[in-house]
Design a protein around this ligand. Structure first.
Ligand SMILES: Cc1cc2nc3c(=O)[nH]c(=O)nc-3n(C[C@H](O)[C@H](O)[C@H](O)COP(=O)(O)OP(=O)(O)OC[C@H]3O[C@@H](n4cnc5c(N)ncnc54)[C@H](O)[C@@H]3O)c2cc1C
Length: 267
């Protein structure tokens, strides 16, 4: 199958240090942190769903201590940092990138536990991040891997995949056709996507219903009864959405190498 020609994954991932510029609530469940730093001028932004490992200072840590990790063996060195000093690491997507200003936006899902308390070290960090707070990111490239001959795209995500979907739509050639199913917690978490006119966007809003994030998007995907075997699908979000979504598409006849799926988090 013809694959697209651009490299999607860095062969030697590099670390970029930066600091928080501002932190603002975008919508009820999405919080944007804008970061800045001279190193970002060299960040090789590839558009689409470009993602990275984000290293953060935890509340009990007095300062941010991270050695100069890089390359594919970074994890081994990261794990050698004594636990008390080791920065937190989680995966995030470039929501917007402005190379000239050396700025990057990162959109965090603000998720809560059963009693309404904030959960997740990264989301907790994001909502209280102050200007000047140091951080680092390790470039991981892009997951989206549409073959050059794909007839159409089918993109399905919960809110953790919203920044990825926005970036993919912005980066796709304008003559791309297909469909996006994007699930969000509330109507106010919807946003305007700047995508090809031939890609139809359907929003699914949970609106207080107690179902796990991703379950309604999965249901919508499972109601699809036919798919062109030369299409390309990208399914990301809660682990069940990603794995069951892929299984459904494969059963409909879409070859596995035409489906990118990723469990962005696990319920
Ligand atoms: C390639 C990639 C790109 C990603 N991009 C983004 C992004 O741009 N924005 C974004 O918000 N997330 C994104 N994610 C998902 C994010 O990495 C996870 O949500 C991760 O768990 C957050 O890190 P944490 O350390 O705060 O949470 P953890 O400490 O791992 O999780 C703490 C608790 O929060 C729960 N939890 C975690 N995420 C969610 C969620 N989204 N909704 C409800 N409960 C949750 C977990 O089940 C757990 O109980 C991405 C994941 C991947 C793999």
């Amino acid at each position: 199958m013809p694959r697209k020609s651009v490299d999607t994954v860095p062969s030697h991932p590099e670390l970029y240090r930066a600091e928080v510029l501002r932190s603002v609530r975008l919508s009820p469940n999405l919080h944007r942190v804008t970061i800045t730093g001279d190193a970002l001028a060299d960040f090789p932004w590839r558009g689409f769903d470009h993602w990275f490992r984000l290293f953060l200072r935890l509340p009990h840590q007095d300062d941010f201590q991270l050695p100069d990790l890089s390359g594919t063996g970074w994890w081994k060195h990261y794990r050698l940092i004594p636990k008390a000093r080791r920065p937190h690491c989680s995966n995030y997507t470039v929501a917007e990138f402005r190379a000239e200003q050396r700025e990057m936006d990162i959109d965090f899902v603000v998720h809560r536990g059963p009693d309404g308390q904030l959960e997740g070290a990264a989301a907790i960090w994001a909502v209280s991040a102050r200007p000047g707070e140091p951080l680092a990111l390790l470039d991981q490239g892009i997951l989206f891997d549409k073959p050059a001959d794909a007839s159409e795209v089918l993109i399905v995500a919960d809110e953790s995949g919203l920044p990825a979907v926005g970036g993919i739509l912005r980066s796709l050639p304008r003559d791309t056709v297909g469909r996006v199913v994007q699930e969000v917690p509330t109507t106010l978490d919807r946003r305007d996507f700047d995508g090809p006119p031939g890609v139809e966007v359907s929003w699914i809003v949970r609106d207080g219903s107690a179902v796990v994030a991703g379950a309604m998007a999965l249901q919508a995907l499972q109601s699809v009864t036919a798919v062109d075997p030369t299409a390309y699908a990208f399914v990301v979000g809660e682990s069940a959405l990603a794995t069951s979504g892929r299984r459904h598409l494969h059963r409909l006849g879409l070859p596995k190498d035409r489906i990118t799926f990723s469990g962005f988090w696990k319920h």
